[in-house]
Design a protein around this ligand. Sequence first.
Ligand SMILES: [Zn+2]
Ligand SMILES: [Zn+2]
Length: 178
Amino acid sequence: MRDLSSLVIALDPKAFKARKISGFLPESSLQELARDATVLEAAQVEVTLQLDKERWYVSGQVSSKVEVKCSRCLDPFAMELVVPVDREYVVGPDVGRRMGEVEVIEELVYLEDGQFSVLRMAEEELIISLPMIPLCREDCAGLCPGCGAELNREPCRCEVKTDDSPFSILKGRVSGKQ
Ligand SMILES: [Zn+2]
Ligand SMILES: [Zn+2]
């Protein structure tokens, strides 16, 4: 297995048309990903780089294992990230952006210097694949907004306080009128 963390490929159509990239990125190299999640395992990279009509296509898979926090119960949990990669690169400046237009039709990545970094591509793919609202499990009960009980492990304590609630005062007033 090859360490790809410092692999930067010059996208030169004269040098090659296609090439396979396979290896790993050690946990310590995944610093961008580490901002959003705790990296538990080195990332595995298995992609093909191909040239077709001045466009470079990167396809294959990137995977890793991270720990994130459940957005409901706030418990950390581990999850496997297996991300299919399908990207297009163009060497040169982003003409659309330079003209002040917004590129909406195609998802293209412009590489001004033509230097393709495997680490950068892999980290971007892994970060995009992180869930916006991580859940430790589909039916996580989370925390009670009233008493803060961790509902996966303990019962809600809200009912104990019923006597102090505005609802019971209202009840008392109603019964007092009768
Ligand atoms: Zn949870
Ligand atoms: Zn409660």
